[in-house]
Ligand binder design. Structure first.
Ligand code: ADP
Ligand code: MG
Length: 331
């Protein structure tokens, strides 16, 4: 029988990096670089809500950290440290070793040190708290989009949602397209380098977790502006571009969540700089719309007509009713 302390020692005690104190004391001690703000975020993933009950532990370890790094990326922060609170039904060595591998692999890639956490018994749930840093006062926020800014998005949109619909039998993907979509769903890639590159360039940013239109709506609500999105410009995997008129595909692109791409606004006339960032990072950046006076998000087809979107993003306490454009904004 593995005890709680053996478990922590075996799977979660790693180098504390440059933290003053890591795993093993009552609390960790860290100091951000002088002249920097600490950027802090936490996200929980729960079995049966955020992942399927039989989800592969390696990808869960990756995802639990990735969703937090994605939040730091959306603030433009450089990730530094993480805490891991694990609730487990049992201490299963095979599961734990795969989970820890997924977690530590991603942590290593972004030079994030695991500096503490908590381990309890109960229905499987994983909470990660991530700490990043950014030059004081320069965090990218949701509340600073300006009328006439352009709206840009990274990578491809809708892939994770397409993978889910494929699993449910609502669309049929195959070959490279299927592979790309499943990878997106199981091992999302936080756009950390892009977030850092956008500091001082983007006027606002958010990561796409609820769905493209829902997340654009959060920025609109916080910035007191409206947005127009050109549906034809929304980037998808090439395998479905000729199917964008299809209802299921359209929903995946506009309302599907879990993309973990960055959606950001940039003052007009920065296209050259966007191209340079895109080339340097090897990551597609696409202009999909603009910020307008008013409120809410309008999606337009090629003839400029509004497309109705059921944004349907997941709302934990709404009993299935889709949220409106309402957003909680920083005070
Ligand atoms: P306490 O009882 O003081 O809360 P714990 O026994 O919960 O301490 O934890 C002992 C040490 O192990 C602490 O430094 C804590 O941060 C760390 N720890 C516990 N669980 C984890 C985990 N899942 N991952 C990383 N560190 C952990
Ligand atoms: Mg504890």
């Amino acid at each position: 029988m593995t005890t709680e302390f053996e478990l922590i020692e075996r799977y979660f005690s790693r180098s504390a990096g440059d933290a003053r104190l890591g795993v093993g004391d009552d609390a960790a001690v860290v100091a951000p670089a002088p002249g920097h703000d600490l950027v802090v975020t936490t996200d929980t993933i729960v079995s049966g809500v955020h992942f399927l009950r039989d989800a592969e532990p390696r990808s869960l370890g990756n995802k639990a950290l990735a969703v937090n790094l994605s939040d730091l990326a959306a603030m433009g922060a450089r990730p530094r440290w993480a805490l891991l609170a694990l609730t487990l039904p049992k201490a299963d060595d095979e599961w734990l070793s795969a989970f820890a591998e997924g977690f530590h692999d991603l942590a290593r890639r972004h030079e994030v040190a695991l500096i503490g956490g908590d381990t309890t018994r109960g229905p499987l749930a994983i909470t990660v708290t991530a700490f990043g840093e950014i030059a004081s006062g320069s965090a990218l926020r949701r509340d600073a989009a300006q009328v006439d800014d352009e709206l840009w998005v990274s990578g491809q949109i809708g892939s994770a949602a397409l993978a889910l619909r494929h699993i449910r039998g609502e669309v049929r993907l195959k070959g490279k397209g299927l592979e790309a979509c499943m990878a997106r769903l199981e091992t999302p890639v936080p756009r950390v380098e892009l977030g850092k590159a956008l500091v001082g360039v983007a006027s606002s940013a958010i990561d796409v977790s609820d769905g493209l239109v829902a997340d654009a709506g959060h920025v609109c609500a916080c910035s007191a502006v409206g947005m127009e999105i050109s549906y034809a410009d929304v980037p998808s995997i090439s395998e479905v571009t000729h199917l964008k008129g299809d209802q299921v595909i359209r929903e995946a692109l506009l309302a599907g969540g879990d993309d973990y791409e960055l959606l950001f606004t940039v003052p007009a006339g920065e296209a050259r700089q966007m191209d340079a960032i895109s080339a340097r990072l090897g990551l597609a950046l696409t202009r999909i719309g603009r910020v307008v006076a008013g409120a809410g998000v309008r999606v337009l087809d090629e003839s400029g007509e509004s497309i109705a979107v059921d944004i349907g993003g997941y709302e934990h306490f709404a009993g299935g009713t889709p949220p409106t454009d309402a957003a909680v904004c920083a005070g």
